[in-house]
Design a protein around this ligand. Structure first.
Ligand code: ADP
Ligand code: ADP
Length: 226
């Protein structure tokens, strides 16, 4: 079963259609989501993460329906979402922030939850910085905290909204390696403006423009549509 399937998906803000009847199915591996500013990329990621509600069409995320309350709860527990603005509390440590996300995912057993927090901090290369407050961390380290939070519970679907933005070239390379590892067996939707991200990571790209899909296919063919 595909992790995401959308048919004629429409999402509006008041009466403005940010996504206008798009259809696609996501398979395991890293799919790049490209398009100019205002194309609807963040709206699509937010719809998958249950932060924006579809107003028509069909959307299935991890086999669940984001248009029902039970579906939204189930998706939030099982999805990994790295939003553009993770909403950090600056006085939290990385540990406390990731633990907070784990609590939101309803991991109720405290000891098991703490083990999971330490596991994901390790996975993103943050183990020795977990006692520092987030406000003391560099931008790259903060991105790692946000990625760690997305990895809680080892989700089979990861939604990453411009995860390499604001990183220096070396950090970007490290992040790309992390995402490549994550794409092995999981379904990853990666919104990015970095052509290097696409070349290094994506077996497929979806190009959005004006709320519709302008291209969906292998990255090398992209030159033909640009
Ligand atoms: P992208 O991520 O590709 O830049 P967005 O999904 O953020 O695009 O935005 C798509 C369109 O929806 C843009 O025209 C944007 O102005 C509009 N939009 C986004 N968020 C809101 C909102 N909260 N209220 C009204 N319009 C919005
Ligand atoms: P318990 O009280 O259930 O034994 P702890 O709160 O001591 O669990 O946490 C278990 C692990 O998580 C320990 O390795 C601890 O160092 C780490 N830990 C707990 N709270 C924090 C925190 N705020 N910042 C960093 N690490 C933490």
């Amino acid at each position: 079963r595909a992790a995401v399937s959308a048919r004629e998906l429409t999402v509006s803000y008041r009466n403005f259609r940010a996504l206008n009847g798009i259809s696609f199915v996501l398979e395991p591996g890293v799919t790049g989501l490209l398009g100019p500013n205002g194309a609807g990329k963040t709206t699509l990621l937010r719809a998958l993460a249950t932060a924006a509600l579809p107003d028509s069409g069909a959307l299935s995320v991890l086999g669940m329906d984001p248009c029902t309350p039970e579906g939204r709860l189930g998706i939030r527990r099982r999805l990994g979402y790295l939003p553009q603005d993770p909403g950090f509390h600056p006085h939290f440590t990385a540990f406390e922030f990731v633990d907070y996300v784990a609590i939101l995912k309803e991991m109720k057993d405290r000891a098991a939850r703490h083990r999971e927090v330490l596991r994901v901090l390790d996975a993103v290369g943050l183990p020795d910085r977990r006692r520092k407050k987030i406000k003391q961390l560099s931008g790259g380290m903060r991105q790692r905290v946000a990625l760690a939070a997305a990895l809680v519970g080892d989700p089979e679907l990861l939604i990453l909204d411009e995860p390499t933005v604001g990183l220096d070239p070396e950090q970007r390379l490290r992040f790309r390696e992390l995402i490549a590892d994550l794409g092995d067996g999981r379904t990853v939707l990666l919104s990015t403006h970095q052509t290097e991200d696409v070349a290094a990571l994506c077996r497929r790209v979806i190009v959005l423009d004006g709320g519709t899909i302008k291209f969906d296919g292998e990255p090398p063919a992209l030159a033909a549509v640009a």
